[in-house]
Each structure stands twice: as structure tokens, then as C-alpha cells.
Design a protein around this ligand. Structure first.
Ligand code: NDP
Length: 487
């Protein structure tokens, strides 16, 4: 008997109405797609990195031709701010970067020499890809966060099965129009649509997992991967602090903090989520911040004009309002913003500055993921560092001081993977340059950016050739000269 596929209506964050429908996959369909990808991966890996680069260069051309349409789809999915419209171009940068970096990464992994511990043995490396990589991605920056993992995995020689968030499916559909134009790529790169059960089904099929999302879901993913004994790389939330010292240029600090906290409606994992300002400059800093915050326009009339878009995922507005209400109930003051407005069906929050906050409040402990800036005064640098490190998270942090040296000295003592000095929001600066680890609940596994991030998809084998005589059983030189084996 034929069964009807289940569908899901998808909300448009700008209008509030469901204007898109997706067909939900079943676990059987996930298994069938995984089997096809796994079969095709053998030929993909056999092409070598040079062959794959030639295919990926053709994909880059297809993305270039569709870059505007991809950006439009991202803007509809997320509610739109100017970051959305450039997503096609960011994708081109991602693919183009790996066209240069992947061959170098493979060359760096090649190894052939005589062993230093057993001089008659030749050691040679062989690099093999995990056959099937599962990528599970969130609703914020839905294209970029899917492709940060999928693109290097494909260059590595893996096949990729992507499970995007059901909240933001349109941009993935636009992306796959470009994938289908390159048949060799379409054979090894596919996606499945659905919610958490389909994420779990992907984990059930893959050889390694890359997950970006919240801490609670990340835990479930880690447990499911542990049960299958497959590796997982988790990129989770943040509660990123910014310290402003007494010697800082306060106008510069207020500009940087505002951008870092409210860009993309604060729905960025490395948004500034809490600010610590020296008590002697607290009031002056807050006045500058409020003044700048009140000049930021919503983009409700025109997504291309104005900087604050609607919440992408309506329930996120409830979480943000819960944090604000909890802070107010415990004594905080909202100086500007603080109320969600419904405009044309979308849910908006203007930049919201709070003072009188402390670490008993949710807004200083849990990820808010909205355009909120709680500001707290500190007495000395030791207290500022203690407060910055008083968190389960450790994704990024910022320090704004009078000199780079002063900022660096403080930054070196903060437990986070990316430390931005005399600015905020500098993550893109390390994209192709240097990968860093996340601390605490913010991440698990190996770095996802930087040239070595491709290693997450590669296993290295050693081929060991004996070129000398074979040891007799009573000789111990087969254990190597430095083993200290008793005579
Ligand atoms: P979620 O954790 O809710 O979801 C992430 C993905 O996991 C979605 O595709 C979701 O599907 C899927 N999923 C849900 N349940 C399960 C499950 N049991 N097993 C497997 N997969 C599952 O995160 P959000 O989408 O709400 O994204 C926002 C979060 O992402 C924030 O906490 C943010 O900080 C974090 N993030 C981290 C970044 C980083 O690099 N550290 C970058 C950007 C965001 P569906 O949505 O369809 O239910």
C-alpha cells in the first residue's frame, strides 16, 4: 500500500505565515541515500585531490552564476539582514579557499622516510577519507554553517549527507540546484530534510559527524556517536564576554561592542553576550552605547535597509524575553529596547542595553542569542578576568584596552578559543589562517576552521617496510633500540 509522504509547513520569519512546504524524509530514505553516497564515494576518493579540485572548480562556477539567488533564499529563510544577501559569495570564498588549501594539506600529510627508532624500517603515509560524513546544521547562518564542514569534507574525498535545520530549508534547496549541475559532485553530496529524528538517522549511517547547534542537542549527538563509536565534532553555543578597560577609547569600544552584540539580530554563536566595564568609565561607556544603540534601525520596511532583522526562529524571541524578564525581576534596568515588536508578522527586538546585572541572572549565564547587551561594572582586572571565566562556555571573547599589549595580557588569561583584541567579531580573520579549539561546552573535537580542519575527515595510515633482516624471536632489536627492553 502506498503511503503519503509527511510534509511540514515552514514559517517565513518576515511575514509570520507559512509559505513554504518541505517533504520530511524517513529513516529508510536516509539509509537509501547513505548507501548510494557510500557507493559513489569510492570513485570520488580515487580521483585524488587534483581530480576533485577540477570538479569543485566547476561547482564554484555554478555557485557564482547563482550567487544572488542563493543570497535571496537565505534572506527569506533567516528573515534577512545584509549578511544573508552575501551568502552566495561567502560560499564562493569557501570553495575557492579550499581549491588552494586542500592540495597543500594533502602534500603536508605525505611522508616517507626511514624510521628513527628502527633504522632498517621505511615508514610511508597513506591518507584515507572517512567514507560518509554526516553534517547536521542549525537555523542561524544556515548555508555557511552547513558548508563550513561539508566543503572541506568533499575536498578530503568523503561523501557528505547533510541534515539542515527544518526551520531554514529554502537556501539549501537553492544550493542543491547548483550541485545538480555538476553530476560528479551530486553523486557524493546530498541532503535529507527533517527534524531531530532524521538527525539521529544520519548519525546511524555516517562514519563521522559534524554538528553545529545548541548544547542540549549537541549532547544527544555526542551520546549517539559514542554508542556507534564514531567520532564527532561539535560546534556549540557561546556566552562570549567582552572586557572594556579603564584606558580604552570608549567611543571605539561602544562601536565594537554594539556591532559584536547585535549584528544579525545577535543570532551568531560568537556574538558579544555580556560586557564588563571598569567601574570608573562604566557610566560614560553606557551612555555612548545607548546613544549608538538607539540609532540602529530595524529592517522591517525593507530587508536591505536597516540592520536588525526579525528573529529567524519565533521561539527564540520567547527565550530572549525570558532572559530579559528574569534580569528585571532580579534588579536589572533596561535602558533601551527590551520589548519584542510584531511588525508585518515578523518579531523584532531593538538593541537592548541592560545595567545592574549580575551572575545570578540567566542573561549572564545562558546563551541569549538575541540583540541584548548586559553591562556590568568591575573593580580591577583580576575581577574582570574572573567574571569572564565564570561560565560553562568558551567560544570567543573580546578585550578592548588602551593598548594592544594591555589587551593581549588580559586576553591570554581568558578561557576561550578565539580572543579578539581591541575589536569584536574577528572570527573571519582566522578562517583560512589558523584553527583554534573551543573551551568548555562551546565545542568538542578538532578545529573546524583553518587549514588543518580538513584533517577531521582524513585518517592517516602508516605503511612500514622492513628493508633489513628479519629479527629472530630471541633477538630484541625488533623492539627498537630505545625500548630499554631488559636483556
Ligand atoms: P539545535 O541544536 O536546536 O539544532 C541543530 C540541528 O540539530 C538542527 O538541524 C536540528 O534539526 C538538529 N537536531 C535536533 N534534535 C536533534 C537530535 N536529537 N539529534 C540530531 N540532530 C538533531 O540548534 P539551533 O538550530 O537552534 O541553532 C542555534 C544554536 O546553534 C545556538 O545555540 C548557537 O549558539 C549554535 N551555533 C553554534 C555555532 C558554533 O560554531 N559554535 C555556530 C552557530 C550556531 P531541526 O532544526 O530540524 O529540529
Amino acid at each position: 500500500m502506498a503511503t503519503t509522504a509527511a510534509t511540514l509547513a515552514v514559517r517565513n520569519p518576515r511575514t509570520g505565515s507559512a509559505d513554504h512546504t518541505i517533504t520530511l524524509a524517513t529513516a529508510e530514505e536516509v539509509a537509501a541515500k547513505a548507501a548510494v553516497l557510500r557507493e559513489n564515494q569510492r570513485g570520488w576518493e580515487a580521483m585524488g585531490v587534483g581530480g576533485r579540485c577540477a570538479v569543485m572548480a566547476r561547482w564554484l562556477g555554478a555557485v557564482k552564476a547563482q550567487a544572488m539567488a542563493i543570497g535571496e533564499a537565505d534572506a527569506v529563510d533567516t528573515g534577512g539582514c545584509h549578511t544573508s544577501y552575501v551568502q552566495g559569495f561567502i560560499t564562493m570564498g569557501n570553495i575557492g579557499g579550499w581549491l588552494e588549501d586542500a592540495p597543500k594539506a594533502f602534500a603536508a600529510l605525505e611522508w616517507q622516510s626511514m624510521s628513527t627508532s628502527m633504522p632498517t624500517v621505511e615508514v610511508e603515509s597513506q591518507v584515507v577519507a572517512y567514507p560518509l560524513v554526516g553534517v547536521i546544521s542549525p537555523w542561524n547562518a544556515p548555508l555557511m554553517l552547513a558548508l563550513l564542514d561539508a566543503v572541506p569534507a568533499l575536498f578530503a574525498g568523503s561523501a557528505v549527507l547533510l541534515k539542515p535545520s527544518e526551520v531554514t530549508p529554502r537556501v539549501i534547496e537553492a544550493l542543491f540546484e547548483t550541485v545538480r549541475q555538476v553530476p560528479e559532485l551530486a553523486a557524493v553530496f546530498d541532503y535529507v530534510t527533517g527534524a531531530g529524528d532524521i538527525g539521529q538517522a544520519v548519525i546511524g549511517q555516517a562514519d563521522t559527524i559534524c554538528f553545529t547547534g545548541s548544547v542540549p542537542t549537541g549532547r544527544k549527538v555526542a551520546v549517539a556517536c559514542a554508542e556507534r563509536l564514531i567520532p564527532c565534532n561539535l560546534e556549540l553555543g557561546g556566552k562570549d564576554p567582552c572586557i572594556v578597560t579603564e584606558s580604552a577609547d570608549l567611543d571605539r569600544a561602544a562601536t565594537a561592542v554594539l556591532r559584536g552584540a547585535v549584528y544579525a539580530t545577535g543570532q551568531v554563536c560568537y556574538s558579544v553576550e555580556r560586557v564588563y566595564v571598569h567601574a570608573s568609565v562604566h557610566d560614560e561607556f553606557v551612555a555612548l552605547l545607548v546613544d549608538k544603540a538607539e540609532k540602529v534601525r530595524l529592517n522591517a520596511d525593507n530587508p536591505r535597509a536597516g540592520l536588525i532583522g526579525p528573529f529567524t526562529f519565533a521561539p527564540q524571541a520567547d527565550i530572549v524575553m525570558r532572559h530579559i524578564a528574569d534580569a528585571k525581576a532580579k534588579g536589572a534596568t533596561v535602558l533601551t529596547g527590551g520589548e519584542v515588536e510584531e511588525l508585518g508578522g515578523g518579531l523584532y527586538l531593538r538593541p537592548t542595553v541592560l545595567t545592574g546585572v549580575n551572575h545570578e541572572m540567566e542573561i549572564m549565564q545562558d546563551e541569549t542569542f538575541g540583540p541584548c547587551i548586559p553591562v556590568m561594572a568591575y573593580g580591577d582586572v583580576e575581577e574582570a578576568i574572573r567574571l569572564a571565566n565564570d561560565t560553562h562556555f568558551g567560544l570567543t571573547a573580546s578585550v578592548i584596552a588602551g593598548t594592544a599589549e594591555e589587551a593581549k595580557a588580559i586576553g591570554k588569561r581568558i578561557n576561550a578559543g578565539g580572543i579578539f583584541l581591541n575589536d569584536t567579531f574577528l572570527t573571519f580573520a582566522k578562517m583560512r589562517t589558523f584553527g583554534s579549539d573551543s573551551f568548555g561546552w562551546s565545542g568538542y573535537g578538532s578545529p573546524r576552521i583553518g587549514p588543518e580542519s580538513i584533517r577531521r575527515f582524513l585518517r592517516r595510515k602508516s605503511l612500514l617496510t622492513q628493508t633489513g633482516p628479519v629479527a629472530d624471536i630471541q633477538d630484541d632489536h625488533h623492539l627498537g633500540p630505545k625500548t630499554g627492553a631488559p636483556k
